[in-house]
Design a binder for this molecule. Structure first.
Ligand SMILES: Cc1cc2nc3c(=O)[nH]c(=O)nc-3n(C[C@H](O)[C@H](O)[C@H](O)COP(=O)(O)O)c2cc1C
Length: 240
C-alpha cells in the first residue's frame, strides 16, 4: 500500500526533505499542502494509514494555515510521523502543538523529528548549510526505525506562543511590489494564503524573477533574535 507524505513548505526546505525521503524510501506518495489549491485537492489519510507530515516552525509553533487543514481532517486512527523543519533558531513547541492537533483527530504520533535548516529570511551570513549529510544519515536511520518498529510516543502538551499574524505584523510589512514588476504572476502561484492575509513567509520574494518583491523589517529585532538563536541549532528525534 502506498504511504502518504504531506508537506507544507512555502520556501522549499521541507519539500526538499520530503523529496529526499521519497528517494530513499520508495513507496511514499507526496502531497503538497502549501497553496490553497493544494490543500483543497490533497487526499486525506484513511483510517489505519501511516502518514508523514512535514512543516516549518513558525513563531515557535505550527503554521496556522496547516493547523486549519488539520482541523478539517475527519476523525480517523492515523499513525503519524511528524517532521518539523526550523530556521535553526528555536523549534519551540511546534511538534507538541502538531501532536495535539493530530491526536484530537483520532491519530497517534509514532515518531517526531525536528531538523534545523536555513532560515527563510536569509539574513544571517555564514549559516551552515543544513540539512547536511550528517542530518540525512540521522534522519534516514530514524525514519527506517520508526517504520520498522513503530510505537507510540508522548510529547508534552504545548504552552502559549505568540500569535503568528501578530508576529508577522510586528516583523515586517507584506513584501511590496517594487519597480520592475512585470505582472508575471509567479508570486501569486506560490502564495500559501492565496493572496489573502500575508504571513511573511517570503515565498514570493524567492520566486520573483526581477527582484521586484521585497520583504522589509519594521525593526532590527527579528534579525537580532535570529542571529542570537542560530548558535543553538540542534537536530532532535523523539521515539520510545
Ligand atoms: C513567519 C515565520 C516564523 C518563523 N518562526 C521561526 C521560529 O520560531 N523558529 C525558527 O527556528 N525558525 C522560524 N522560521 C524559519 C522557518 O521555520 C524555516 O525557514 C523553515 O525552514 C521554512 O520551511 P520551508 O522552507 O519548508 O517553508 C520562521 C519563518 C517564518 C516565515
Amino acid at each position: 500500500m502506498a504511504e502518504g507524505l504531506w508537506y507544507f513548505s512555502p520556501t522549499g526546505t521541507g519539500r526538499a526533505v520530503a523529496e529526499g525521503l521519497e528517494e530513499r524510501f520508495p513507496g511514499l506518495t507526496l502531497h503538497g499542502l502549501t497553496t490553497p489549491e493544494e490543500r483543497a485537492g490533497a487526499p486525506r489519510p484513511e483510517a489505519g494509514d501511516r502518514g508523514t507530515l512535514i512543516f516549518p516552525v513558525y513563531a515557535n509553533g505550527v503554521p496556522e494555515l496547516l493547523l486549519d487543514w488539520l482541523e478539517e481532517l475527519p476523525v480517523r486512527p492515523v499513525r503519524w510521523v511528524l517532521i518539523a523543519v526550523y530556521g535553526s533558531v528555536n523549534r519551540g513547541q511546534a511538534l507538541e502543538e502538531c501532536a495535539r492537533a493530530v491526536t484530537e483527530k483520532g491519530g497517534t504520533v509514532v515518531g517526531a523529528a525536528a531538523l534545523p535548516g536555513p532560515h527563510c529570511y536569509d539574513c544571517v551570513p555564514g549559516v551552515p548549510k543544513r540539512t547536511n549529510a550528517w542530518d540525512w544519515l540521522a534522519l534516514e536511520a530514524f525514519y527506517r526505525d520508526v517504520k520498522e518498529r513503530e510505537r507510540g510516543i508522548c510529547l508534552p502538551p504545548p504552552g502559549a506562543h505568540v500569535p503568528q499574524r501578530l508576529m508577522a505584523w510586528l516583523c515586517a510589512p507584506p513584501p511590496k511590489r517594487g519597480a520592475g514588476c512585470t505582472g508575471c504572476g509567479s508570486c501569486a502561484a506560490v502564495c500559501p494564503t492565496g493572496g489573502r492575509g500575508c504571513i511573511r513567509c517570503g515565498a514570493c520574494v524567492r520566486v520573483c524573477p526581477t527582484g521586484a518583491k521585497r520583504l522589509v523589517f519594521r525593526t532590527p529585532l527579528p534579525l537580532w533574535y535570529i542571529r542570537r538563536g542560530m548558535a543553538e541549532e540542534k537536530t532532535a528525534f523523539f521515539q520510545k
